[in-house]
Design a protein around this ligand. Structure first.
Ligand SMILES: Cc1ncc(COP(=O)(O)O)c(C=O)c1O
Length: 385
């Protein structure tokens, strides 16, 4: 019989996590560096690990879902025996009302990760090219590789913006999908909207641009930033992706959406899993989108947390890359893997190493008490290395 333990052992995590749990109040040593490895480790420890650990590694909302969203989830769960048709309709109408678009222009995903996947499936394949910045959120590249498309990685500029001219130049030779992550993960940096406008206007006729606005709400106070949903352009080759995992605190509910022309969303929808949005997520999302006041409170709270992070970093002579998100990336002056290990030994998970940024660490902002512990552990870093 396949017991839970033997299943976990078949994943190669059961024994290690079990042993760690027995010996340490913070058995984070069992965790692998990837987010999914960490998630498996947390489950192995039956929640004890997750409850004790300080999770500054996945750019989640440390404060939880917005209060009315939480209430909507609790209310919704009683309908779990029904397929989510009504809930799905309500969600699509709420999104289309918000962005003043037609409902058919919306495509939903199991997280915005699914939006990236269906965009890749719809617009890439052999003889086509994905053009991505590097470093960036890597899922889109992994999906593109599976389609047989070529992948072109263009380093960010010295100010950590997308190198839009270089990206355009690479699109000239082949039908392409260009991925723009704004603000960019892992650098938290912004590519100014005026530059993006120039870029979109020069997009070759056989190319599409996928603009990932996962961190939109954290950037709205910058005059250099404007969403392509709030200020749309008249270009049928623009696709925008949004998520409920960040400002709305619903990462575990898995919900995102894409917006484009009806023709594009139809193409994307044909690769979507049917009924990919569960009913609780749909109802929670409707509540979240309707609650502008709480969303703004969360945005202001993040701005304060970000300010405090930069103040503390400054006191230590650190210079994080200017952040337009709910996390920051900074040069730790030593290998990221070493810093991560030090934090893990102290019950704190931080972001992993990214290509070409060996000495940088990515820190998601936690609650003030969590960040106090973070800085206390940081201050012991010198001693441990
Ligand atoms: C830039 C970016 N896009 C997309 C995602 C995927 O988010 P989700 O699938 O939870 O919506 C993430 C997650 O961290 C991200 O950083």
């Amino acid at each position: 019989m396949l017991t839970r333990r033997s299943f976990l052992q078949s994943l190669g995590v059961g024994a290690a996590a079990g042993a760690a749990l027995a010996t340490s109040p913070f058995p984070l040593g069992a965790f692998e560096p990837s987010r999914h490895g960490q998630a498996v480790g947390a489950k192995t420890a039956l929640g004890a690990t997750r409850a004790n650990a300080i999770l500054l590694n996945s750019n989640e909302n440390a404060y939880g879902p917005l209060p009315k969203t939480m209430a909507a989830m609790q209310e919704a769960i009683g309908w779990a025996n029904r397929y989510p048709d009504f809930d799905y309709d309500a969600l699509i109408w709420t999104i289309s009302d918000l962005h003043k678009i037609k409902p058919q222009q919306v495509v939903t995903g199991c997280g915005s990760t699914e939006i990236l996947r269906v965009a890749v499936a719809a617009f890439l394949g052999p003889g086509k090219k994905l053009i991505v910045p590097t470093p960036t959120f890597e899922a889109v590249g992994e999906y593109a590789a599976a389609t047989g498309a070529e992948i072109e990685k263009i380093p960010l500029t010295s100010s950590y913006a997308h190198d839009l001219d270089a990206m355009l130049a690479k699109a000239a030779s082949m039908p392409s999908l260009i991925y723009i992550c704004n603000p960019n993960n892992p650098t938290a940096s912004l590519t100014p909207r005026k530059d993006l406008d120039g870029f979109v206007s020069q997009l070759p006729a056989n190319s599409y641009v996928l603009i990932d606005e996962a961190y939109h709400h954290f950037a709205t106070d910058s005059s250099d930033y404007a969403s392509f949903l709030d200020r749309p352009v008249d270009n049928s080759r623009v696709i925008v992706a949004r998520t409920f995992s960040k400002i709305y605190g619903m990462a575990g509910m898995r919900l995102g959406y894409g917006v484009s022309t009806i023709e594009n969303t139809q193409r994307m929808r044909s690769f979507q899993t049917q009924d990919n949005v569960n009913m609780v997520a749909a109802q929670a999302a409707v509540a979240a989108l309707q609650d502008t006041a709480e969303m703004q409170t969360a945005t202001r709270r993040n701005a304060a947390d970000r300010q405090e992070f930069f103040t503390q970093a400054g006191k230590r002579g650190l210079k994080p890359i200017p952040s337009f998100a709910n996390f920051a990336m900074m040069d730790a002056g030593r290998p990221a893997t070493q810093v991560m290990t030090h934090f893990k030994q102290n019950g704190i998970l931080i972001g992993r190493r990214f290509p070409g940024m060996d000495n940088f660490v990515r820190i998601s902002f936690g609650k003030p008490a969590e960040m106090q512990k973070f800085w206390a552990v940081w201050d012991r870093l010198g001693a441990s290395s």
